[in-house]
Write a protein that binds this ligand. Structure first.
Ligand code: PGA
Length: 221
């Protein structure tokens, strides 16, 4: 069976109490440890330490990721959370999400520095690309193809298009091992993507906020 990544991106959502309630519900589902399915969720930095503790204590089969990482080492960079700090709580980091590229003007150069920082501290970057032409820095093995028109709109890309873009990305970047699809993924459409030969999972925004919707994505993938 091929390996699948199911990744939740909470974006700028959830207080500590809300994060607690989400995880409690997920725990009570008693999800089995799915063979070959890696379930990762990426909350805000503020709740990472608390969630990590809970996952560990309760043996919940989830991994943690951050939604970003600093391009700099530790030091005089006010407001930045660096890779060494993230590494204490998470093994993955989303890098280059289109919302950060658009709202915070992140460039491909900055994103390449973030990837280098993640790699240096053994964090796996989940690099978001918006199409086959987005540059992919060296060392990236996990890529999420997320067409901007599909993010948060309820209009997911067609599986045919996702497969064709994933194939092109793979041809241009032979070191990329896994390509995920992201953009309006739901429990109803997830399988149409995860069954594609070149797609190894999904990056889920809105639907990951609701434990029941996230569970149905995990189960149907
Ligand atoms: P969406 O977001 O699932 O809400 O469309 C996906 C993403 O931005 O990663």
């Amino acid at each position: 069976m091929k390996k699948l990544f199911i990744i939740g991106n909470w974006k700028s959502n959830k207080t500590k109490q809300e994060a607690h309630d989400w995880l409690k519900e997920i725990r009570d589902f008693n999800l089995p440890r799915f063979e070959g399915k890696e379930i990762i969720f990426c909350p805000s930095f503020t709740v990472l330490p608390f969630l990590q503790q809970w996952i560990e204590n309760e043996h919940i089969p989830l991994e943690l990721g951050s939604q970003d990482i600093s391009a700099f080492e530790s030091g005089a960079h006010t407001g930045e959370v660096n890779a060494q700090q993230v590494k204490e709580f998470a093994s993955y980091a989303i890098i280059g999400h289109s919302e950060r590229r658009m709202e915070l003007f992140e460039t491909d150069e900055l994103i390449a520095k973030k990837v280098a920082q993640a790699k240096q501290y053994s964090i796996t970057p989940i690099l978001c690309v918006q199409g086959p032409d987005t540059p992919i820095p060296d060392g990236v093995t996990l890529v999420a193809y997320e067409p901007v028109s599909a993010i948060g709109t309820g209009h997911a890309d067609t599986p045919e298009d996702a497969e064709s873009v994933a194939k092109t990305i793979k041809e241009k970047n032979p070191n990329v091992e896994y390509i995920l699809y992201g953009g309006s993924v739901t429990g109803d459409n997830v399988r149409s993507f995860t069954e594609l030969p070149s797609i190894h999972g999904v990056l889920v925004g809105g639907a990951s906020l609701d434990p029941e919707k996230f569970r149905s994505i995990i189960q149907n993938a």
